[in-house]
Design a protein around this ligand. Structure first.
Ligand code: FAD
Ligand code: SF4
Length: 447
């Protein structure tokens, strides 16, 4: 039987941002590691975007060598406590686990989290070589790149517009899924004498690329993420009470706007509709619930097609959040002050086009209105345009993502890019993988 971690009871979660999943006990992690068959073909490793040596770290857990297990994971994944909590394992390593054919997959994510939370690891002193790289963006991609470069003796200046490192891990994902203490601990573990964090620096504004180059850098890695919110096309989408999920989550996660002793304001919402079906939509809905707001999610498809992590969908439903399926927003209904009072939705249906399933509006059904004083839009984000717009030579694709070759080098020689800035809004592990890959390409050129 697959072991599952205990969780904070749903009735207790409504007023607290405390972490929901409580992780494995020692007994549980030992039992779960014992389920691994140590397959020769290692399909779990192949399916992990950064190829963590899963069978080896599970065997080390079994031998009660948690510190060794941590060292094994850190060889390929610098943020195991983060990934153990937020990676969509059910569609990656666990989906490939051979045990799914006879039973349920090994709970690899929870084992990884246990190791990260309980293992200790000491960084070895780095020997500097005379090379320097500038990294723009201190999210997972930038962190993985800086860490890998520093291990090769390359000095790194890592710039971010925020005053702390972490990117979306810090200002996007709420504490009840990823406590800030975990983000702090993992970043502290990676920082070393060769990495300098340059905070509060908006590259492209506070400092230009030319100024960066004047600091004798041998290469640049752009990891500026995809923080520009997209909005749905609906009438009156600029009405008072309509927000992007990014804004809503940043106000809460970064500026604690929901707390009385903090100055950042929060719109006084009583009933809100979250539009979307990904992790961001669920995070926004679950934050709203914790602020005592009556919240529902409106999604174009059915619940089982939501792209969010399975565990988060289950947790949201347990918390009593209603998902209204197969609805496409058409118009925000406003009062005489241009304040939102509801949203008009057209029901949708699935049709097959060229062998592919498509969602279209079902015009045979009557539109419906859901009354609410606010709406949080979570339908995706695109790459941050600010830095890229200052570099006319930088080639972008039609979605404004940076174009790179197979080594992650952009159209400007020795300027590399990765993470959401290249992939569009993707995942933490994909960003980590690209950060590492770019670092290895840079090392191959410089060393
Ligand atoms: P980011 O994390 O966005 O970091 C980019 C950094 O660059 C930021 O700190 C930004 O301030 C900085 N920056 C941008 N422009 C400049 C500039 N000009 N100068 C200086 N600094 C700059 N993924 C999962 O795998 N699982 C999940 O459960 C999950 N949940 C999510 C929930 C939310 C609410 C959001 C928003 C995303 C979620 N994701 C999840 C996606 C994941 O967080 C991202 O794919 C990942 O953080 C991308 O990493 P990155 O390093 O490319 O970019
Ligand atoms: Fe173990 Fe599953 Fe990986 Fe096989 S596929 S080595 S059982 S985790």
């Amino acid at each position: 039987m697959r072991n599952e971690p205990s969780v904070l009871e749903a009735s207790l979660r409504k007023d607290t941002f405390d972490e929901v999943s409580l992780g494995f006990s020692k007994q549980q992690v030992m039992a779960e590691a014992d389920r691994c068959l140590k397959c020769k073909s290692q399909p779990c490793v192949t399916s992990c975007p950064v190829h963590v040596d899963i069978p080896t770290f599970l065997a080390q857990i079994k031998q009660d060598k948690v510190d060794d297990a941590l060292a094994t994971i850190l060889k390929t994944n610098p943020l195991p406590g983060v990934c153990g909590r937020v990676c969509p394992q059910e569609s990656q390593c666990e989906a490939a686990c051979v045990l799914t054919k006879v039973n349920k997959a090994v709970n690899i994510g929870q084992c990884e989290r246990y190791v990260a939370d309980h293992g200790t690891w000491t960084s070895t002193k780095k020997k500097a070589i005379n090379k320097k790289v500038a990294v723009v963006g201190a999210g997972p991609a930038g962190i993985a790149c800086a860490y890998t470069l520093s291990n090769a003796g390359i000095s790194v200046d890592i710039y971010d517009s925020w005053d702390q490192m972490g990117g979306v891990l810090r200002y996007g994902i709420p504490d009840f899924r990823l406590p800030k203490a975990v983000v702090d601990l993992e970043i502290d573990r990676l920082m070393n004498e060769l990495i300098t964090f340059k905070k509060n620096t908006v590259v492209g504004k506070t400092i230009t690329l030319d100024q960066l180059k004047q600091q004798q850098v041998d290469a640049i890695f752009i990891a500026s993420g995809a923080g520009l919110p997209e909005f749905v096309e609906m009438e009156h989408s600029d009405a008072i009470g309509v927000f992007s999920a990014n804004e809503f989550l940043t106000r809460i996660n970064t500026f604690s706007a929901h707390l009385d002793d903090h100055d950042t304001p929060l719109y006084p919402m009583k009933k809100t509709i979250v539009i979307g079906g990904g992790n961001v939509a669920l995070d926004a809905a679950r934050c709203a619930l914790r602020l005592n707001v009556d919240v529902c999610i409106a999604y174009r498809r059915t619940i089982n097609r939501m792209p969010a992590r399975l565990a988060e969908v289950e947790h949201a439903l347990d918390e009593g959040i209603e998902v209204k399926e197969c609805l496409s927003p058409k118009a925000v209904i406003v009062d005489e002050h241009y304040k939102m009072t509801g949203i008009l939705f057209q029901p949708t249906k699935f049709v097959m086009v060229d062998g592919k399933e498509r969602v279209v509006e079902d015009v045979e059904q009557q539109p419906i209105i859901i009354e609410a004083d606010s709406c949080i839009v979570a339908v995706g984000t695109s790459p941050n345009p600010l830095f890229n717009s200052t570099l006319p030579q930088l080639k972008l694709n039609k979605w404004h993502s940076i174009e790179v070759d197979e080594h992650l080098e952009s159209s400007i020689p020795m300027v590399y890019a990765g993470g959401d800035a290249v992939l569009g809004s993707a995942t933490v592990i994909a960003a980590l993988g690209q950060g590492k890959k770019a670092a290895l390409s840079i090392i191959a050129k410089l060393c």
